[in-house]
Write a protein that binds this ligand. Structure first.
Ligand SMILES: [Zn+2]
Ligand SMILES: [Zn+2]
Length: 128
């Protein structure tokens, strides 16, 4: 039997197992119906796991962070990972462990990859 979303009337396939949890809707439909609030649907809201997060543009922030770090590095900032190879190794490790990082801070991992990269650039200066 095909499940039908009561919000958009399209078939529910991927999240069929959570059909009742999401009040007989797609996860995305449930989110926009109950969690997204007054935010524009093309704008990320403050609820974790917002499907609109991928639309948010974080590129400018990443550029600004990279420039800030370059300036700090040029001023011989006292980073644990001051050498380039240490920094890059820490960057890779931090990205590999990033799920745990967000979990420890009790936040949902950002849906926008730019945000993860922005956090990673900064964290790699001191990450062990
Ligand atoms: Zn739907
Ligand atoms: Zn939202």
């Amino acid at each position: 039997m095909e499940l039908e979303c009561r919000r958009c009337r399209r078939p529910v396939k991927v999240s069929a197992a959570q059909f009742e949890v999401f009040e007989r809707m797609h996860y995305v439909c449930f989110h926009y119906e109950f969690e997204h609030g007054d935010f524009d649907v093309d704008e990320e809201c403050t609820a974790g796991g917002c499907p609109s997060a991928s639309l948010a543009n974080g590129r400018e922030r990443v550029i600004a962070t990279a420039r800030d770090l370059a300036e700090e590095a040029a001023m011989a900032a006292p980073w644990r990972n001051a050498a380039l190879h240490e920094y890059l190794e820490a960057l890779a490790s931090w990205l590999a462990d990033s799920g745990g990082y967000y979990l420890n801070r009790r936040t949902v991992p950002p849906g926008n990859g730019w945000e993860v990269v922005n956090d990673a650039l900064r964290a790699a200066t001191v990450y062990e």
